[in-house]
Design a protein around this ligand. Structure first.
Ligand code: HEM
Length: 149
């Protein structure tokens, strides 16, 4: 089978998945900010935040991450074995994507803490970590589009 013929389709689905993944990665910690500052454990607001956080993680963030990886790797495979070897920028991109995945895992853990009424982190903490995916995304897009090396 000529996988290269599928390259534009794999890449299109990859970019759609990445958009959904980034939207969720940027939004979930915003919910954590409001949850930490306004949603005292046991309050109705806290229970509402729990539902929103669970649905965002399970309904969008997890599937979008799986799809981003699956179609990113399919895009790579469709370009043939020489592509990765000849693209140093892609090695750097994959390193940043691994960090993005680590951030995703950390957010999943923070969500579990909120679900168990066990969050001890401040709204300021969540406000600060919210910059991490934005910075990683800037680096990834520059690497993938500008290909500086
Ligand atoms: C999850 C693991 C990922 C893998 C394995 C992966 C792999 C790839 C590959 C092989 C390409 C094709 C490159 C080319 O045709 O020159 C690509 C394109 C692209 N990737 Fe990823 N990627 C991943 C995650 C991400 C993330 C997290 C972002 C953004 C935050 C991203 C943004 C893009 C964009 C914008 C393109 C299109 C570039 C173009 O058309 O020139 N990718 N990806």
């Amino acid at each position: 089978m000529d996988l290269l013929a599928w390259y534009p389709w794999f890449k299109a689905i990859h970019v759609m998945s990445v958009i959904a993944w980034m939207a969720a990665l940027l939004y979930l910690p915003r919910l954590f900010v409001y949850h930490a500052e306004r949603g005292a454990p046991g309050s109705e607001l806290s229970e509402t935040f729990k539902v929103m956080e669970r649905k965002l993680l399970r309904g969008i963030m997890n599937p979008a991450m799986i799809s981003s990886w699956t179609f990113g790797l399919l895009t790579l495979v469709s370009l043939g074995p020489g592509f990765l070897a000849n693209s140093p920028w892609l090695h750097a991109k994959l390193l940043l994507v691994v960090l993005m995945t680590g951030y995703h895992m950390a957010c999943a853990r923070f969500r579990r803490d909120f679900a168990e009424d066990a969050n001890r982190r401040s709204g300021r903490f969540y406000r600060m970590i919210n910059e991490i995916p934005a910075l990683l995304m800037v680096g990834i897009v520059i690497l993938v589009i500008v290909q500086p090396f």
